[in-house]
Design a protein around this ligand. Structure first.
Ligand SMILES: [Zn+2]
Length: 185
């Protein structure tokens, strides 16, 4: 299977690639993400977001992961609270081939849909976020695109897939059905 054949569908798929004809209305997060993505596409520049918040020993790790996602997506700059649900994900390991620590699942509920994220450590031991969507081949919820910036989220919403390129964890996800051909090849 080629990466181009990986398509994200959901309860409210954006049917059209052009922003002028996109499903409406966007909420504040979506609007900010799309604007950031279009600005990056126009200027070729990405805004600076600064270092991730530190993990302090007294913090619960789930709260820290949530704080990092808020930071990466610049949610604090929206000027209004954005709810995020955070829990352990017992399907995916926190590190590739790991066994002992579960990944972290995060959901941002919107009025008409929920965006689901998976937080894991990549092979450089950097906390990384993937948006989770149904696999095209087996329908199971798998990490589909790496989303570590507001601009990435905008590209995802605009379905500008070339700018994203797919999550490295798509093929390795244990969430695929056992017989899914997308898995591990
Ligand atoms: Zn699959």
């Amino acid at each position: 299977m080629t990466r181009a054949s990986v398509r994200i569908t959901g309860p409210n798929p954006l049917g059209d690639p052009m922003p002028s004809t996109m499903r409406k209305p966007f909420n504040d997060v979506e609007k900010a993400a799309v604007e950031a993505a279009m600005e990056r596409a126009r200027s070729g520049l990405t805004g600076r977001i600064g270092p991730d918040p530190a993990l302090h020993s007294q913090d619960a790790e789930l709260r820290w992961v949530e704080a990092v996602l808020r930071h990466r997506l610049s949610l604090l700059s929206l000027g209004r609270p954005v709810a995020i649900r955070t829990r352990d994900d017992h399907t995916h390991p926190l590190v590739a081939d790991g066994r002992h620590f579960p990944a972290v699942a995060l959901s941002i509920p919107f009025a008409d849909r929920t965006l689901d994220f998976l937080a894991t450590y990549d092979d450089r031991r950097r906390l990384t976020f993937d948006v989770v969507g149904p696999c095209d081949l087996c329908g199971e919820p798998v990490p589909t695109e790496e989303i570590n910036r507001l601009e990435d989220l905008g590209d995802f919403l605009l379905q500008t897939r070339d700018a994203l390129g797919g999550s490295p964890r798509f093929r390795t996800s244990p969430a695929h059905a056992a017989t899914c051909p997308a898995r591990g090849n």
